[in-house]
Design a binder for this molecule. Structure first.
Ligand SMILES: Cc1cc2nc3c(=O)[nH]c(=O)nc-3n(C[C@H](O)[C@H](O)[C@H](O)COP(=O)(O)OP(=O)(O)OC[C@H]3O[C@@H](n4cnc5c(N)ncnc54)[C@H](O)[C@@H]3O)c2cc1C
Length: 432
């Protein structure tokens, strides 16, 4: 089949990869001039297969008032005259309960483990280079009570006990000597040796380069905006661009936060809202003074990953609409934390700042699904885990299109089951 994929971020590229593998003729369209220039560009670099708990957690709500008063809080909310923002927040608050959280974790874990297998194929079988590292992750707790509760959680889940280890302060410092800078603040940590890291932009570039090679190459149309999906006889017949209408037999929308606007005219109302985050990429000057293991500062919600000769530092979730501008105070927080923790090993005067919009669903579950239009599919809403989940979701959507049994259960990634009630009526109308 001749399939158009809208979006050349990590999700669209992973989609194109598995569709091409199935023998389809694939065209990827993106309004940016090179691949990976949206949210996939400079994210935290964590392939976080076992840390898939969603933001929607009952523990989050009591913390919100404190965060609202704290200038450098990990979450910031700027109310807007925008119904979509309020509708998303209402659905998010509703999802902040243990049932929903457990359901999301149960659905995401097989998906993330599938992704890990597929990413490892990319590395080992296909030789894709993207500063991939099998370096493990250490989640560091500054607060003793939070550490105790993380330790209890591991002890209560035998399937985690073999893969994650609770370490006291001395053991954390022995495992990762570069933590000396924050040593006094460390109450303990949870170490997961099997976690991985890599540069998402480099993976986008490597996938694109490989897909243009050999038989049945994927065609890239970059610097081209899809203004509309043109329907005829209840199917997508073409994509409309400034350069004209390009016919297509089928379409997968993998456009991140921008997909909402593209789908709305078709009556497909996806529950996705941008959660803005920031990163800085800092050259490493003394490798012994920066962490080799990926570090998550649990309390500050900041992640640190070694990517090649750089330290990538990322964090924050700001509910501020579609504004992706660089806010000096948010970047200053990342810079200050990096200076305090690992300043001796990096050149902070030459940092590269970045901001991106996570395409977030209220529950934290992506939408990997067919639609009411028989030749239109969605691969959207990967939130804080798009780099981690892209490979698995690419494979799932290819399975769906091929109408073969899915690699893992995917019911919880359907529009019908992941769409909160406010959205459901419209989604169901569209599904008829
Ligand atoms: C600060 C931060 C840190 C993060 N850290 C991590 C992490 O450590 N690990 C992890 O797994 N995930 C992380 N993420 C999340 C991850 O980056 C995203 O989930 C992922 O990049 C989403 O990929 P995507 O392909 O869906 O979207 P994008 O990368 O945004 O790609 C979508 C593309 O579609 C194109 N597009 C959309 N609409 C149209 C149209 N109409 N016409 C033409 N082109 C269109 C856009 O131009 C864009 O290039 C982080 C995100 C942020 C912001």
């Amino acid at each position: 089949m001749d399939i158009t994929v809208v979006g050349a971020g990590i999700v669209g590229l992973a989609t194109a990869w598995f569709l091409r593998q199935d023998g389809h003729t694939v065209t990827v369209i993106d309004r940016r001039h090179t691949v990976g220039q949206g949210t996939s560009q400079a994210n935290g670099g964590q392939l976080s297969y076992r840390y898939i708990a969603p933001l929607a957690d009952p523990d989050v709500l009591p913390k919100v008032p404190g965060w609202m008063l704290q200038a450098d809080s990990p979450i910031r909310f700027q109310p807007q005259f925008d119904g979509a923002q309020w509708r998303w927040i209402a659905a998010f608050v509703k999802a902040c309960n243990n049932n929903d959280k457990q359901r999301t974790v149960a659905a995401l874990l097989p998906l993330s483990l599938l992704s890990q297998r597929l990413v490892n194929d990319w590395v080992e079988r296909d030789g894709l280079a993207f500063d991939f590292r099998r370096n493990g992750k250490l989640v560091v707790y500054r607060n003793a009570a939070a550490f105790r509760s993380a330790r209890t959680l591991i002890e209560s889940r035998p399937e985690l006990a073999t893969q994650q280890h609770a370490l006291d302060r001395a053991a954390c410092l022995a495992l990762e000597p570069a933590l000396a800078g924050m040593g006094a603040d460390v109450a303990g940590g949870i170490h997961t040796p099997s976690e991985e890291a890599g540069d998402c932009l480099k993976l986008c570039q490597a996938l694109a380069e490989r897909m243009t090679d050999g038989d049945n190459p994927v065609r890239f149309r970059l610097g081209v905006s899809v203004d509309a999906l043109v329907c005829s006889n209840g199917r997508v017949a073409a994509v409309r661009t400034a350069e004209g209408e390009w016919p297509t037999e089928a379409c997968v929308v993998a456009g991140g936060v921008e997909a909402v606007a593209l789908l709305r005219p078709l009556g497909i109302d996806v529950p996705i809202y941008p959660l803005k985050g920031y990163s800085i990429s800092v050259p490493v000057t003394d490798a012994a003074r920066v962490p080799d293991i990926s570090i998550t500062d649990f309390q500050r919600k900041i992640v640190y990953a070694r990517l090649g000769q750089q330290l990538r530092v990322a964090g924050m979730a700001d509910i501020v609409g579609h504004d992706d501008s660089l806010q000096p105070d948010r970047l200053a927080t990342l810079r200050r934390e990096t200076q305090h923790n690992f300043g001796a090993g990096v050149a902070l005067d030459t940092l590269s700042p970045w901001a991106g919009l996570r395409p977030a669903t209220p529950t934290g579950r992506p939408l990997v699904d067919a639609t009411a239009l028989p030749n239109l599919w969605l691969n959207l809403g990967h939130g804080a885990l798009g780099f981690t989940l892209a490979a698995g979701c690419g494979r799932l959507i290819a399975d769906r299109i091929a109408m073969r049994p899915r690699a893992i259960p995917d019911d919880d990634f359907t529009l019908a089951r992941s769409t909160p009630s406010g959205w459901r009526a419209r989604a169901e109308r569209a599904a008829r």
